[in-house]
Design a protein around this ligand. Structure first.
Ligand code: IDP
Ligand code: MG
Length: 153
């Protein structure tokens, strides 16, 4: 089983879409292993968006991500990273396919609803960045034998 990180961005919190987003992942069958609200800082965003610090829009993204607290969430399942990225859609909400989260709720490159880890390696690093060890919970998912075939788990 794989674990991945999503961040419910301030635009989503302000638009009252948090429940909608979490609901999609729950309905899919992913297990919530951690969830908390936190205020992001300059330091954590500098690290988290290290690949964007030289971009002219970096300050704008940073301000946008600090506009309200965010909700960070750890989701678990087989191929969870890939599933969550596919459900999230491409970065630009205007290009994202209908049926994806960004495709259904965003018309913006920047205000694009959630962050989702892009590989298993990144997910491990990002989960450590936003969660303490005791904030990720490993508990039995009772529906497991209805979500997967025996040979998959
Ligand atoms: P991702 O969120 O789809 O993985 P990244 O390229 O990692 O996309 O960019 C991180 C975040 O930075 C995006 O989700 C978006 O909010 C913002 N961003 C990326 N490219 C642009 C841009 O060209 N203009 C404004 N914001 C951008
Ligand atoms: Mg990214």
């Amino acid at each position: 089983m794989e674990k991945t990180l999503i961040i419910i961005k301030p635009c989503t919190i302000q638009r009252g879409l948090t429940g909608e987003i979490i609901r999609r992942f729950e309905k899919k069958g992913l297990q919530i292993c951690g969830m908390k609200m936190m205020q992001l800082t300059d330091e954590i965003l500098f690290e988290h968006y290290a690949h964007l610090t030289q971009k002219p829009f970096f300050k704008r993204i940073k301000n946008s991500m600090m506009a309200t607290p965010v909700i960070v969430c750890c989701l678990k399942g087989i191929d969870a990273v890939r599933i969550v990225r596919t459900m999230t859609g491409v970065t630009n909400g205007r290009d994202a396919a209908p049926g994806t989260i960004r495709g259904d709720y965003s018309v913006s490159v920047q205000e694009n609803i959630i962050h989702a880890s892009d590989s298993a390696e990144t997910a491990a690093i990002e989960l450590k960045r936003f969660f303490n060890k005791n904030e990720i919970f490993d508990y039995k998912q009772n529906q497991l034998s209805y979500l997967y075939a025996n040979d998959e788990i």
